[in-house]
Design a protein around this ligand. Structure first.
Ligand code: GLN
Length: 484
């Protein structure tokens, strides 16, 4: 059952080769074996998972199943799930059991999928290495001394190690694609507004977007089919028809054009990553795809712009953690103000505090125009660059990350070098565009990915191109030794 695709698992279930209960028990066992060294899961609830599996088996016996019925899916601990402890990787929510389901969880439940457990993550999704979690760091299954990436590092490590067939994740600046790249997986960040943010704990609301981390483009297509839906409880959710992403996977790509941003393929690009990307380009050329140089002239400003806008929004979103209504509350205080102060001082980790400080600073009177307003203006220019680029090409190819995974502890003392991890991913969040990272090879035995960026709501084309690449390569089928 290990390393089967979602389609194969679906086939196994529908042909009664195995039941959902057997499948769920199998993965729970894998978790018992591998989680102690990888730390990808924060919360497990065997009884809840097995009950869902038995319910799924009932559905299957009544021939009332769809693609994910009975399949265990790991859920990033940013998604509220009724009755499940939902922490967002923070001490602040260590005692929080969600009274309701997020839209994403609701959709998985409706499809009959099994919630396999909640995955570890950087605290409040702030980070690129999964080292800021209150529940300890996650290790990369390809080499346990290395980070799995973040913030969805638990989800990525769970899938890469075979503890889960697929997982949910979220991406505010790169947190789906970067861990996917560092763990040899396929991760899709959809267009802003395609997947509902209802019940997804907010970091930076104008950037946050949920999506899948799985082994292949095909698996991502299956996951996205379930996750994408209009939701009146999210005011930025888009109402439009969701295409069947599976149907277009085999569309011909011959004669199509991929743009290469000259700002990404310059001397700053790591030589080894460049060689891998050239091989990817070669593969697509063999399939008859044309390449064209394009320009994203403001892309070098994405990191500074993001680190004004994201902390600004975070400082506002995180003001709700005050020890009054839910979550952590300091034990001793003399008055209300001290309760707030001590609660936030004790409940938040260092990186979260750094973001809150930066966010309140850039929003404060006197600095608002100089930082926040200016950042918003450049954000528009960054989006316009993409708009112009898509007049000339169908998709854009880019590196996913500046390098392969780094060693645990290597960047913890240097926040800015950590922030640079997202230099190739952040501009798409600022523009709200969809993008995928697909495995493309190895450098010194560590996986490396490439990124395909699409136009708004063109996930179908992204998945189609990625699937075609994965048909002629097998990087996405490699599995790490630590997982056997
Ligand atoms: N690494 C980025 C940050 O720390 C992005 C995180 C994310 O996408 N959630 O903000």
């Amino acid at each position: 059952m290990k390393n089967l695709s979602l389609k194969e698992l679906n086939l196994g279930l529908s042909s009664k080769k195995f039941s959902s209960e057997e499948l769920t028990r199998f993965f729970l066992n894998e978790i018992k074996t591998f989680n102690p060294k990888i730390n990808a899961f924060i919360t497990l609830d065997e009884e809840k998972s097995l009950q869902q599996a038995r319910d799924a088996d009932k559905r299957i016996s009544q021939d009332n199943m769809n693609e994910l019925t009975g399949i265990p899916i790991a859920q990033k601990d940013i998604f509220c799930a009724k009755g499940w402890k939902t922490t967002c990787g923070s001490k602040m929510l260590d005692n929080f059991y969600s009274p309701y389901d997020s839209k994403v969880i609701e959709l998985f439940n409706q499809s009959g999928a099994v919630n396999l457990g909640k995955t570890n993550m950087d605290e409040f999704a702030m980070g690129s290495s999964n080292e800021t979690s209150y529940y300890g760091k996650v290790r990369n299954p390809w080499n346990l001394d290395y980070v799995p990436g973040g913030s969805s590092g638990g989800s990525a490590a769970a899938v890469a190690s075979g503890m889960a067939p697929a997982a949910t994740a979220t991406d505010t600046g790169g947190s789906i694609r970067q861990p996917a790249s560092l763990c040899g997986l396929t991760g899709l960040k959809p267009t802003y507004g395609l997947v509902s943010r209802f019940g997804m704990i907010a970091f930076a609301s104008s950037l946050d977007q949920a999506g899948p981390i799985a082994k292949s483009a095909e698996d991502c297509a299956l996951m996205l089919k379930v996750m994408a839906a209009h939701d009146t409880r999210d005011s930025t959710s888009i109402k439009q028809n969701i295409p069947d992403y599976l149907k277009s996977l085999d569309n011909p790509i011959k004669g199509k054009t991929i743009g290469l941003p000259k700002e990404f393929f310059n001397d700053d690009l790591n030589q080894e990553v460049k060689i891998v990307l050239e091989q990817v380009i070669d593969s697509y050329q063999k399939m008859g795809v044309n390449f064209k140089e394009i320009s994203l002239s403001n892309s070098h400003l994405s990191i500074p712009v993001y680190y004004v806008i994201a902390p600004a929004e975070a400082s506002s979103n995180l003001s709700r953690y005050d020890g009054v209504k839910f979550g952590y509350r300091a034990k001793e205080f003399k008055d209300l103000e001290e309760m707030y102060l001590k609660t936030r001082e004790q409940g938040f980790g260092e990186e979260v505090k750094r973001r809150i400080l930066v966010g309140t600073y850039v929003l404060s009177a006197g600095y608002y125009d100089a930082y926040y307003l200016k950042a918003q203006k450049i954000r528009r220019l960054i989006a316009d660059d993409f708009k112009n680029a898509f007049k000339e090409c169908d998709l854009i190819l880019a590196p996913s990350c500046p390098s392969t995974a780094f060693k645990i502890g290597d960047k913890t003392e240097d926040p800015v070098s950590m922030y640079m991890q997202d230099m190739y991913t952040i501009s798409t969040n600022l523009a709200g565009l969809p993008a995928i990272s697909s495995p493309a090879g190895f450098i010194n035995k560590m996986p490396v990915g490439f990124q395909l960026i699409g136009n708004y709501f063109d996930e179908a084309t992204i998945l189609n191109f990625t699937h075609q690449y994965q048909r002629i390569t097998d990087w996405h089928q490699k599995t790490p030794e630590a997982a056997v």
